[in-house]
Design a protein around this ligand. Structure first.
Ligand code: ADP
Length: 261
């Protein structure tokens, strides 16, 4: 009997050990699956521009008697797709490095007024080309000092560029994009508001997911690979801030970033 009790105990201990290690391995298995999905989605996204470049090159190489000018349309498309590819690989690299904690976030005092001014100036031609009004509302000179956060100036610039770029992308001609910086005690809020196509309620939950693209975005050639907001969310998290969105389809969207002052 003693022997049986002993064997039973060992078996029980082994089973408990197996289930415990199985449970402990679950997060690793999940993260492994996520990585596999990431690689699959990334490869899928890379294939499209590569296919377009190959097809256009075939056209150009098939008509060697023609001049560069004759082939300008195809060559310009190749250039555009190469640009898209470069942007895509940059974004993929950022997210892959973010996953493996390889990116060190600087912790310096960052005055947000010049950061936003710079990003808005860079975005201005894009907005103008689309016939949009880019309105920037910054605190008056005396209160600029309240809009200083601790963080990484380059990453914050990237964050606001993503939000403003989206606002411009998803707002039809004649609309307005408003960027507002509001110091609020120990916090600073940045609002990026547009009068664009808006986001459906059922899509709102998913827009920060990697590779997620709204229905409307997918039919528009202007859309990217659905990585912008995933990067934006990561940057905000690294600054221990918060990003929220409110939107009404057909009327517009407002993204709000709250950072610690
Ligand atoms: P991308 O713009 O490359 O598609 P993002 O990650 O930046 O990817 O955005 C994900 C999706 O969120 C977009 O496809 C679009 O459907 C939606 N979205 C983001 N910003 C806006 C906006 N300002 N107005 C309307 N839809 C938006």
């Amino acid at each position: 009997v003693l022997l049986w009790v002993g064997v039973g105990g060992v078996a029980l201990a082994l089973a408990a050990g197996f289930f415990a290690s199985h449970r402990a391995l679950q997060p690793i298995a999940r993260s492994w699956r996520r990585q596999q999905q990431f690689v699959a989605d990334a490869s899928h996204e890379l294939r499209t521009p590569i296919a377009v470049i190959q097809a256009n090159l075939d056209v150009v190489l098939g008509h060697l008697e023609q001049t560069v000018l004759d082939n300008l349309e195809w060559l310009s498309a190749i250039k555009e797709e190469a640009r898209r590819l470069a942007r895509l690989t940059d974004d993929l690299l950022t997210l892959a490095r973010a996953d493996s904690n390889e990116i060190a976030i600087q912790r310096a005092r960052v005055p947000l007024v010049p950061v936003l001014r710079e990003v808005c100036e860079a975005m201005c031609p894009l907005a103008e080309a689309k016939g949009l009004r880019l309105q920037v509302e910054l605190p008056p000179p005396g209160r600029e000092g309240e809009a200083v956060v601790v963080g990484d100036a380059d990453r914050l610039r990237q964050l606001f560029a993503i939000l403003i770029d989206n606002a411009v992308k998803y707002t039809p001609e004649g609309g307005t994009v408003t960027v507002r910086l509001v110091p609020h005690g120990r916090f600073v809020r940045v609002h990026v508001q547009d009068t664009g196509i808006g986001i459906r309620r059922d899509e709102l939950r998913r827009i920060f997911d990697r590779f997620y693209r709204g229905d409307q975005a997918r039919v528009r050639a202007a859309g990217g690979a659905g990585l912008g907001l995933a990067i934006a969310r990561w940057i905000v998290q690294m600054h221990r801030g918060r990003i929220t969105v409110r939107s009404t389809p057909g009327q517009g969207s407002e993204f709000t970033v709250v950072l610690r002052a």
